[in-house]
Design a protein around this ligand. Structure first.
Ligand code: C5P
Length: 414
């Protein structure tokens, strides 16, 4: 079953979408469509800068409403008041450094900045700019000032920017922006009361002080799960191997390197969690000996490495559990379902999330994934390729429905 259809969870909500003059203005089209797909009505305000990148007509057609760009234009006498009063939330995406400065200081020289001073509902801002601009102390100060006032300022993503550089400054993904609006307007609380231990990323098993054995895991799936639990009201401790990802906000993050460090970090916290979700790609083998100095070539043409098995963390914790729900992952390259079923049984899990890491567009490093979720009771849910953040929600739905609501799990209902 692939229930990938969006829900109308924003039905009845009216959102004012402010678009400012960043090259990322074209991405606001996707954001607008995502909001509408989720049932919201949307009015767009463009700044003069935005109108240099996109025509109002594009947003007019897609929103089905007149796009306002100027405080003094049109038929309405006071659009800055009427538009803000009608809005359940205001989303500014993309937001430029100039916009952040105006909003932080309360300057009101166009329709968008003026109406912001009259908004009662949540304000969500998704910045996009070059990396050096985002880290500039003045911009940081304005972001802090806005956050202190309760504005949700999203962290832009790290990636290639219009300048050609790779840095933090890319507009957050459509799904993350959508999620920020959903959380601001209708926070989901079905994981409230759960204390969730999530593992993520690869482990690094040292050969010597400069070399290690590891794998291609990016940590994206585990981080997405941690973020999803947090967004749905649960408490999260994220135990993570080395990843190039920013720790999700509101989540306690514990950094580890090796499988044995990960085992210790999880072991210490296992007794007090209600759910363990083991998304980490833990190394199965490590060098039997870690050299204290850098291994030298010394004219050798080959060397043999003696490897030993690492602790099976999941199996060990599963055997120790009292009432915890235990969820594992099976990253496979062949015979995905038989191998996943074997792991589910062998490790005594409640649920396993199986995926074929060779599938194009999914697996390690990708933003998307496809998966089959299997429960110990024999239930199965199949999900086609979708963003990992969305799959994270589907995994949480499955854990909730198949384990937490079932008699032996902790109850989600307060
Ligand atoms: O046996 P396999 O490594 O394929 O099982 C995968 C599952 O077991 C994942 O959930 C992974 O996090 C976990 N695992 C573990 N300890 C290991 C190896 C894998 O907890 N040493």
């Amino acid at each position: 079953m692939d229930d990938a259809k969006p829900t109308a969870d924003l039905g009845g909500k009216h959102i004012v979408l402010g678009v400012t003059g960043s090259i990322a203005a074209y991405k606001a089209v996707g954001v607008l469509r995502a909001l509408r797909d989720h049932g919201a009505t949307v009015s767009v305000i463009m700044t003069r800068g935005a109108a240099q990148f996109m025509t109002p007509l594009t947003f007019e057609v897609l929103s089905g409403r007149r796009v306002v760009t100027d405080l003094f234009e049109g038929h309405e006498t006071m659009p800055h008041l009427t538009m803000s009063e009608d809005a359940d939330a205001v989303l500014v995406a993309p937001a430029t450094a100039h916009f952040l400065a105006k909003a932080a200081l309360g300057l009101a020289d166009d329709l968008l900045s003026t109406m912001l001073l009259n908004v009662r509902g949540p304000i969500i801002v998704a910045p996009a700019m070059d990396g050096d601009m985002w880290t500039h102390p003045t911009v940081a100060q304005h972001v802090d000032a806005l956050r202190a006032r309760g504005v949700v300022v999203m962290d832009p993503e790290v990636g290639p920017l219009a300048s050609g550089r790779v840095a933090q400054g890319r507009l957050s993904s459509e799904i993350k922006i959508l999620e920020a609006v959903q959380v601001a307007l209708c926070p989901q609380t079905d994981w409230r009361g759960q204390r969730v231990l999530v593992s993520a990323g690869p482990t690094q098993e040292p050969l010597d002080p400069v070399r290690f054995l590891s794998n291609r895991s990016s940590g994206k799936m585990g981080y997405a799960i941690a973020e999803a639990v947090r967004a749905r009201g649960g408490e999260v401790v994220l135990v993570t191997g080395p990843c190039a990802l920013a720790p999700p906000s509101g989540v306690t993050t514990v950094q580890v390197n090796t499988a044995s460090e990960m085992a210790d970090a999880l072991s210490q916290r296992f007794a007090s969690c209600t759910v363990l979700i083991m998304a980490a790609a833990v190394a199965d083998f490590r060098p039997r000996v870690t050299a204290s100095g850098k291994l030298k070539k010394q004219g050798k043409h080959e060397i043999e490495l003696a490897l030993e098995a690492t602790p099976d963390i999941l199996g060990m914790l599963s055997a120790r559990r009292t009432s915890q729900v235990v969820v594992g992952f099976a990253a496979e390259t062949e015979q995905v379902l038989p191998h996943a079923k074997e792991k589910l049984r062998g490790k005594g899990l409640d649920l396993i999330v199986a995926n074929d890491v060779t599938q194009a567009g999914g697996g390690f490093g990708s933003d998307d994934n496809a998966a089959v979720i299997l429960s110990a009771a024999g239930e199965q849910r199949v999900f086609g390729l979708m963003p990992k953040r969305r799959l994270a929600d589907e995994i949480l739905n499955a854990v909730r429905d198949m384990c937490l609501m079932a008699p032996r799990g902790a109850s989600l209902v307060e």
